[in-house]
Design a protein around this ligand. Structure first.
Ligand code: ZN
Ligand code: ZN
Length: 368
């Protein structure tokens, strides 16, 4: 089976493509891209947008919406048009919509109003939203959070925020659009991509971070399906397996165990730390959320790491078998047993509350 790629955001209908649209599409198809989703901008492009979609049926799919940069004095008329189109036929998404404070802040208030109205339509027609945000990522996250009652879905297109913002977006059940920014020299993402070659020692650890990034995508999916307890359990089992893998892995025939251990890092981190962090947030409720998360971080990174560092020095000394050699298999077994102990304790004593006061119905599944 060949890989099927979808371009979720391309303005192929713009005049810039007048001369070479068909060859651009052909080139993309040769690379495996066979579907193209076209975000709207404003009334000036709607004809072109719909024509392009008609010209490439089953390949190009139109969205409908008012771009935040096109929110001006006449935005109400523009929105009327969008609303009219949304009621007339099915669109793939409402987009692109959002907030853009980079170019112009004159119409900030109107941008908020247009964003909200269009989110309402997306909810009404049960289609995704494509969010454009520039110098406004936290504001956009806030608006989505206000509207997220379990039904809103979509993409933060061309995401360029930080790790915390990425986690918040994923927590809201949204996708991140990783755009051309990844090719920028200072984005940091290019480093990960370039260095993921298995023959370099440092890149093995990047493999771990890479698996962290992959498994984090599974979180919103698994949240609703298997629930938090099973996810935490998976994280703990992964933790145990990881130490066992390190106990028997070597640079000879068992190298694969080392790689397995490194890759398991993603499951450990995402299913244990990230899920735990999110659970703490939900369980604590709005009022004491920050305090609870601070405690969580303190317990895991602060105290946990302090005790861990002290204890590991002690253990390593015990299993010293020569001047500079240690019995690493036995050393790795110590954290493996500790992880097993925590796992058993967790199975016996962890109870999830099905209903938590002040938490909306959208989180009930999560708490199951
Ligand atoms: Zn766009
Ligand atoms: Zn955009």
């Amino acid at each position: 089976m060949t890989l099927q790629l979808i371009d979720t955001h391309c303005h192929l209908y713009l005049p810039e493509f007048d001369d070479d649209l068909s060859s651009a599409i052909e080139r993309a198809e040769n690379e495996g891209v066979n579907k193209f989703y076209l975000p709207a901008i404003d009334s000036t492009v709607i004809d072109r947008l719909l024509e392009t979609e008609k010209r490439y049926p089953g390949k190009c799919f139109a969205m409908m919406g008012l771009h935040p940069c096109s929110v001006k004095e006449n935005y109400k008329e523009e929105l009327k048009l969008v609303e009219g189109w949304l009621g007339r036929r099915i669109f793939s998404a409402v987009g692109e919509i959002g907030l853009d404070f980079y170019w112009d802040k004159t119409f900030t208030e109107q941008q908020y109003a247009a964003f909200q109205e269009q989110i309402d339509w997306a909810l009404h027609f049960d289609i995704p939203v494509i969010i454009h945000s520039r110098n406004s990522i936290d504001e956009c996250i806030h608006v989505v959070r206000e509207n997220q009652r379990g039904k809103l879905k979509g993409i933060f297109h061309c995401f360029s925020g930080g790790l915390q913002q990425a986690k918040q977006i994923i927590d809201l059940g949204f996708y991140l659009g990783i755009g051309g920014v990844i090719t920028f020299k200072n984005s940091g993402l290019d480093v990960v991509m370039n260095e993921i070659k298995l023959d370099k020692p440092a890149s093995k650890m990047i493999l771990g971070q890479f698996s962290e990034a992959i498994f984090i995508l599974a979180i919103p999916f698994l949240f609703n399906r298997i629930g938090v307890k099973k996810m935490l359990l998976m994280g703990m089992v992964a933790w145990m397996l990881r130490y066992v893998a390190f106990a028997y892995g070597d640079t000879g025939a068992n190298t694969w165990l080392l790689y397995a251990g490194i890759i398991l890092h993603g499951v450990c981190y995402d299913f244990f730390f990230v899920t735990g962090y999110m659970y703490t947030e939900k369980k604590a409720g709005e009022k004491i959320k920050n305090a609870a998360q601070g405690l969580f971080t303190f317990a895991t990174y602060g105290v946990g790491m302090f005790i861990g560092t002290w204890f590991s020095g002690y253990i390593v000394d015990i299993y010293k078998i020569g001047k500079d050699t240690h019995d690493w298999t036995k050393i790795w077994y110590v954290p493996a047993y500790i992880a097993l102990g925590v796992l058993l304790y967790f199975i016996l004593f962890f109870r999830e509350k099905k209903q938590v006061k002040g938490i909306g119905p959208e989180y009930e599944n999560f708490l199951k």
